[in-house]
Write a protein that binds this ligand. Sequence first.
Ligand code: NAD
Length: 265
Amino acid sequence: MTQRIGIAGIAGRMGRLLAEEVRAAAAELAGGIGRPGSDKPLPAGTAQFPDIAALAAAADVVLDFTLAAAARPHAAALAGAGTAWVLGTSGLSAADEQAVADAARRIPVVYAANFSAGMTLVLALAARMGAALPADAYDAEIVEMHHRHKIDAPSGAAIAIGRAVAQGRGVALDEVMESGRHGHTGARKPGAIGFAALRGGQVVGEHTLIFAADAEHIALTHRVFDRRSFAVGAVRAAQWVVGRPAGLYSMADVLGIGRAGSEPA
Ligand code: NAD
């Protein structure tokens, strides 16, 4: 059966690429929606729906790369319609993520901070490194850089890496996160997981996870040169998720490499 795939945010940077990749995957592009009131043109030849409810009714799965503010209304509309959801939007609050988890009790949802295959593997490795390297000896720091247009920090993928390390260490990220240090911060807290966010130019996405001990450093770097790596992964997730039982899935589930444990449960 050919899946009917809808795209929320179809006029955006990711939305346009997603439309191309849906067509390349020989799936059916049901159409899309832009921001309400926006006059940004949709990619040529795509059907425009008036709102998320109408898109959900016409699609088996909706790819959603929009704004965090859209997460809760989209969760309600997709759960109401019984339409699967592939969610890539970053910057979600704890309440937004709760709405995603609630929707996942009724529909299958793939929620990932980064849909590239490489980052999915980095998340799995980060959890293993977190478990293997004692937190009091190996200081974990995450450095990320993105293009000047990005509106949230640290990036969703950086937070996912931090969650994976925290999970490996058996702690909650919220309790150990140190982000955006400035001024007289005092000495580094033992067991902290640090974050630094750089912004500039056209950088699609760079993340480095560093474990710094007294006598050695280990660094794991992932660089994305083309957003298409996200789009290819997201379309793969859309094709995988249709027909699955309701639940919250990660890209590790889609790629069959075991749960990275870094997506919100
Ligand atoms: P963008 O600003 O180019 O595109 C977002 C689009 O969504 C815009 O066209 C906007 O008009 C539209 N939009 C906003 N609110 C909407 C709503 N309520 N309904 C429908 N459309 C709406 O941004 P982008 O670079 O395409 O990124 C979009 C989101 O995806 C960001 O949160 C970004 O961080 C995230 N992202 C995630 C991944 C990943 O792999 N998970 C990869 C890249 C980007």
